[in-house]
Ligand binder design. Structure first.
Ligand code: FES
Ligand code: FES
Length: 80
């Protein structure tokens, strides 16, 4: 069965991350707490992607869930 991620938003989410903190990027697109996982992937084939911030900065996390550079936006949303 083919299951596609929901396009949460055709834009990245700008997030201020803190060095050393781990974040769980929603990969399925179903979370109500974008761009982070809220557990709504249960029952789908998707799992969140955990990543740890290397430094405190603003990052742009993919909202369309079609990026080739998870969890970051790579501009793929422009062609959706
Ligand atoms: Fe989307 Fe968990 S809610 S990966
Ligand atoms: Fe997904 Fe930009 S928001 S690639």
């Amino acid at each position: 069965m083919t299951e596609e991620a929901v396009i949460a938003k055709k834009e990245p989410f700008a997030v201020d991350v803190v060095a050393g903190e781990t974040y769980y990027w929603c990969k399925c697109g179903r979370s109500a707490n974008q761009p982070f996982c809220d557990g709504s992937h249960q029952g789908t084939k998707f799992e969140p992607l955990a990543f740890t911030a290397e430094k405190s900065e603003t990052v742009y996390l993919c909202g369309c869930k079609r990026t080739g550079n998870e969890p970051f936006c790579d501009g793929t949303h422009n062609s959706l």
